[in-house]
Design a protein around this ligand. Structure first.
Ligand code: BGC
Length: 772
């Protein structure tokens, strides 16, 4: 745990320079606009430890797989979003000295992430050549113009008069730290520079994406400004020389435009990028900054959450929402949400089950349905590849296995116990369709792709089971559940339960689709060569699918033999041996009973309305003490269930852990990037956990629990045609029907109706959640 960032409701603040945690800070202070993003690297030279990172969504390279022992079925490539152009670098020389905070100790330092306005700011004082300098930097990736990045640096000294050299460059000569074969992934295409601009264009190897970046600039407060243009392969620059006068601040502004073949014809990129930069300069820094801030305000208007009385909790939730929106804004069905977003290389920027299980609810609950729908369409577009993927593993007849990790639909993951066995991901993809339909009411999506996906997934499960003679049950053998600290287990309850649900849901949705449009449904069934005998078979399997339970303790079993393990709790692990994945051998972890992330509890969370409270409580009491939460995806699920069970302290503890995971480096791994996908879990912890929001039989329910530390929480909620604002205080729940028709809902167990544009106030009966 690190505690060096200052709590503030709208800002993340670092007060002193902490070079020993520079990589963590670079992750925390990352910027992005859904189209491109970057780590919080300094603008100027920094020769200390740093992970440089700039990324363009959807621009990837299939890096040839490197494994110790090859297994048939492994993918040949791991597609990764590439480290791309350094556009925000500006090397500064003052006299004969290069500004470099690794070499010059700043006497004061402050770095701020302004989340309301989407700005990264830094100010510091440093002595160079015997003169004190105050330097401030500000930059943003424009939310208003997704092709634009802008930065401003102000240099001020009361005593220094003399030359300053600013090297403002565009650099494609960058490497990925995680390259499998130490390869340079970019091929030079063109580079050129003039008096007031520089531009360079590069192409990815194999995938042949071409991206052009260009910059132009302006200087105020200096005289004798001259510039020298230089370029070479993958790099172009303006070296600007100016004369600074003591007591007069110099302001340097850099405007960088980007264009790629993802959105533009190749022939237009080189000029297009420069046009973006030049137009930006014409509009000017203040105008661009204002437009960017306004765009952010519009996102916040839909998605902000307030927590009264607890600044750390407030900062945590805004930090999470901010980074989610920097990563994904739902305007392109080819894009998705990598577990680290644009904040690091780990996980390759590729798509995991995290998207469906964690992120879809955030986008569904906050914004118009079109945004979450893009994430569904992303998987629909990959359906053929998922069918091919299943075929490679021996499945037939249109069965689909979606990849564990993917960029373009092809599997990238290459550890057999996950690639081939962590198949529960298929269930999350079906569940997202269910979630989408119940939140939006848009069941027409079934006939626009949803049903095809559901059928293909159900087919997979029907082929993945086998009949066990000793058990007289269908079983699913050799899987890895969400708890990756157990591999190759038989009958993981979560997987089996989800498999059964997928087959049942697909059957129901075929019937439901017929009621919507019989002819269109027949067309889908024909396209998928569906036969009615398939649903009969699914039913037969569902009737007899083994779900392991312990008859003595009346708990669900994570997998059939779980109780044979030595039963310890997390309290038995000495503090200095945690996290166990950084201290124990893999063998020891696998043999232990310790659980990496919610597994049985993940299932109880997803299907909670099907279980009575006593069952959820018994299982929570059993599994929570055995869970080490070494996946960032875990604490939010525990927080939500604890809130529903009235276990306030646990819910609060788990909330803080998820919300401040990266702000405090809880899992000791924020240096390689933020846990973007689990940030959506933090949103769920507030809305579904403390807000107690659920949808039962097409109706919205709110059953809040307000932690003692908080005076109130407020959140927006999209449900069907309504946008609501919910404010929960100690005494009341207030629901504002901000847009949409009259809505009937259940608040703390009472039916209420809120007319369009009006609000209702319901007394908050905390006892409606019995605490145990
Ligand atoms: C988790 C997986 C998750 C992946 C990416 C792993 O540590 O165990 O469930 O999909 O990280 O976030």
């Amino acid at each position: 745990m690190k505690d060096y960032l200052v709590a503030d409701p709208w800002q993340v603040i670092e007060e002193d320079f902490n070079p020993h945690v520079q990589r963590i800070s670079e992750s925390v202070f990352s910027l992005g606009n859904g189209r491109f993003g970057q780590r919080g690297n300094f603008e100027e030279t920094y020769s200390g430890d740093s992970l440089k990172g700039n990324y363009f969504a959807g621009i990837y390279y299939p890096d040839k797989t490197r494994v110790g022992w090859w297994k048939i079925g492994y993918p040949e490539y791991f597609a990764k979003v590439l480290n791309a152009v350094e556009w925000s670098r500006v090397d500064i020389r003052i006299g004969a000295t290069t500004l470099d905070l690794h070499k010059q100790q700043p006497s004061s330092f402050r770095r701020v992430l302004d989340m309301r306005n989407g700005l990264l700011q830094r100010s510091f004082s440093v002595e160079i050549e015997g003169h004190a300098f105050d330097i401030t930097c500000e930059r943003f990736c424009s939310m208003d113009n997704k092709d634009l990045g802008v930065l401003r640096i102000i240099l001020d000294s009361a005593t220094y008069s003399g030359p300053i050299e600013i090297n403002s460059f565009i650099n494609w000569d960058v490497l990925n730290e995680d390259a499998n074969w130490d390869e340079q992934f970019w091929i030079p295409r063109d580079a050129e520079a003039g008096d007031d601009y520089a531009r360079a264009m590069a192409e990815t190897k194999k995938t042949a994406f071409v991206v052009a970046s260009a910059m132009t600039w302006e200087v105020a407060g200096a005289h004798q400004v001259s510039s020298r243009a230089e370029h070479r392969e993958l790099y172009s620059t303006n070296v600007i020389t100016l004369s600074m006068e003591a007591g007069k601040a110099v302001t340097f502004t850099k405007y960088a435009g980007h264009q790629s073949t993802l959105y533009q014809e190749e022939s237009r990129l080189f000029d297009g990028a420069l046009t973006v930069a030049r137009n930006a300069r014409e509009q000017g820094y203040a105008t661009l900054r204002e437009a960017h801030a306004q765009a952010w305000h519009a996102w916040w208007d839909d998605a902000d959450i307030t927590i009264d009385g607890d600044v750390k909790a407030q900062q945590g939730i805004r930090f999470n929402i901010f980074h989610l929106l920097q990563t994904y804004t739902g305007d392109d069905p080819r894009l998705n949400i990598g577990p680290k977003g644009f904040t690091g290389e780990k996980y390759g920027g590729s798509t995991y089950w995290d998207t469906e299980a964690y992120c879809v609810p955030f986008y569904l609950g906050s914004f118009e349905p079109a945004i979450a729908r893009q994430l569904l369409v992303y998987r629909y577009r990959h359906l053929d590849k998922a069918i091919e993927n299943a075929q490679k593993l021996g499945f037939t007849d249109g069965a689909a296995l979606y990849p564990m990790v993917t960029m373009n639909g092809e599997e990238c993951h290459n550890e057999w116990e996950i690639t081939f066995e962590e198949i529960h991901r298929n269930g999350a993809i079906a569940y997202a369709i269910y979630d989408y339909i119940r939140y939006t009411g848009d069941d027409a999506y079934l006939l626009e792709g949803g049903l095809e996906v559901l059928i293909a997934i159900a087919r997979f499960w029907a082929q993945r089971v086998n009949w066990s003679v000793p058990r007289s049950k269908y079983v699913i053998l050799g899987v890895t559940g969400p708890n990756e600290y157990e591999n190759n287990v038989d009958n993981n309850w979560y997987t089996n339960y989800l498999a059964r649900w997928c087959m049942q849901y697909a059957t129901e949705m075929i019937a439901h689709a017929r009621t919507l449009d019989a002819a269109a449904t027949e067309a889908v069934l024909e396209k998928t060569t569906f036969s009615p005998s398939e649903t009969e078979r699914w039913q037969e399997i569902c009737d007899d699918l083994f779900l392991p339970e312990d008859p003595h303790n009346h708990i669900i079993l994570q997998q059939a033999n779980y109780l044979e393990k030595e039963q310890l709790t997390v309290d038995d692990i000495p503090e200095d041996q945690r996290p166990i994945n950084q201290n124990w051998s893999w063998d020891r972890i696998l043999r232990s009973c310790f659980i990496k992330q919610a597994d049985v509890l993940q299932g109880l969370f997803m299907f909670e309305e099907r279980f009575d409270r006593a069952t959820v409580l018994r299982n929570f009491r059993f599994y929570e003490p055995r869970t080490v939460h070494e996946s960032s995806l875990s604490p939010c699920v525990h927080s939500i269930l604890a809130a529903h069970l009235g276990l306030e302290d646990k819910a609060y503890e788990m909330y803080l852990r998820t919300a401040r995971l990266d702000l405090e480096d809880v899992n000791n791994d924020t240096d390689d990037g933020l846990h973007i996908t689990s940030m959506a879990g933090t949103w769920m912890a507030i809305v579904k956990g403390f807000g107690g929001v659920s949808v039962i039989d097409h109706q919205l329910h709110l059953n809040p629990l307000l932690p003692q530390a908080w005076q109130g929480i407020g959140f927006h909620l999209r449900f069907r045609d309504n946008q609501l604002h919910c404010q929960i205080t100690r005494d009341t729940v207030r629901i504002n029907n901000t847009s949409g028709p009259e809505i009937a809902l259940i608040v703390t167990g009472r039916p209420v109706t809120v007319r369009a544009g009006e609000h209702c106030v319901v007394p908050f009966v905390e006892s409606s959640i019995s605490s145990s």
